[in-house]
Design a binder for this molecule. Structure first.
Ligand code: 13P
Ligand code: SF4
Length: 302
């Protein structure tokens, strides 16, 4: 039997749903029931009626699904698919930052561990970070761990003072203004869309900084025939698939997230066959992290 047929059969038998991030390999996106950004995937995980969630993404995303859907079994086809940015901050470092800035609320980018979320007041994703920070009454806010997303939010909310941590995404840090200049010279007039995890100088050289789902929406509404995309390169697969009349070029081929490529069709099949690997979070940490995630889910896309 073909691997895709086997996956469909096991999925039906086990009442499983496959959720995949926009950076997943094309063949993994194709077998998913839902493909989206971190916010969309969190919402999908909270709403699904399935008993099992096969999460094709990185660890913090599957962990978030397990926290908001404690009655579901969340499986990761490759448990080693982590996010280097999420690993850049640990609990003692966050506690030190909180002690240095007492009384300041902590906004935590969803690209973080459950233990970090448990120590935070509210989470955000790249789709609602401005709305979340704007919603807080305090002027001074601790924003972790992504300094570049923090700088982007700060630039849009000059009345706030964000206290940042030195975390960043190694994949998006590779996208430079010189890459944008070269891509624009090759495709004059094409809108440049980048992710807010990019460096400030890269965002300044682009037409818009958007979450991955924000890019999908922008492209759908725009009359432009050609787009330059500054984010993980497999984002172009979904954009191309849903917009067959439009053309997409990566700002640079260097923006590859190896962790997002760890999940393959074979591993999805094995995960269904063996019921592995389950993502679970200790109850006490999950309860605190759930509160920060649920508050985030009250804020819509920018
Ligand atoms: P999105 O939530 O915009 O999909 O981004 C997730 C991510 O990890 C970007 O590197
Ligand atoms: Fe983490 Fe960057 Fe990969 Fe996103 S692209 S999962 S932020 S390392």
């Amino acid at each position: 039997m073909e691997i895709i047929d086997k996956i469909s059969k096991l999925k039906r038998e086990q009442n499983a749903v496959i959720l995949a991030h926009n950076y997943q390999r094309p063949e993994v996106q194709d077998i998913a029931d839902y493909v989206g950004d971190s916010l969309g995937l969190s919402i999908a995980a909270s709403k699904t009626k399935a008993k099992v969630i096969i999460f094709c993404g990185v660890h913090f995303m599957a962990e978030t699904a397990a926290i908001i859907s404690p009655d579901k079994t969340v499986l990761m086809p490759d448990f080693n698919a982590g996010c280097p940015m999420a690993d850049m901050i640990d609990v003692p470092e966050l506690q030190k930052l909180k002690a240095e800035h007492p009384g300041r609320p902590v906004v935590c980018y969803v690209n973080s561990s459950a233990a970090i979320k448990a120590e935070s007041d509210i989470c955000c994703t790249s789709a609602n970070a401005i709305n979340v920070v704007k919603s807080l009454a305090e002027k001074e806010i601790i924003f972790i761990p992504d300094k570049f997303l923090g700088m982007f939010v700060q630039s849009r909310l000059p009345d706030k003072k964000l206290i940042l941590f030195n975390g960043y995404c190694p994949t998006h840090a590779r996208i430079l203004p010189e890459h944008i200049a070269k891509a624009k010279a090759a495709h004059p007039g094409a809108p440049v869309l980048v992710h807010p995890e990019c460096r400030p100088e890269t965002i300044a050289a682009a037409d818009a900084a958007l979450s991955t789902e924000g890019m999908v929406e922008y492209v759908k509404k725009s009359p432009a025939p050609v787009f330059l995309i500054g984010t993980e390169t497999d984002m172009l697969y979904r954009l191309g698939k849903e917009n067959p009349g439009k053309k997409f070029y990566p700002v640079t081929d260097l923006a590859v997230c190896p962790n997002m490529k760890a999940t393959t069709l074979e591993k999805v099949l094995w995960s269904l066959e063996d019921g592995k690997t389950e993502v679970s979070v200790p109850a006490e940490i999950a309860a605190k992290a759930r509160s920060a995630i649920e508050k985030m889910l009250m804020y819509g896309r920018e």
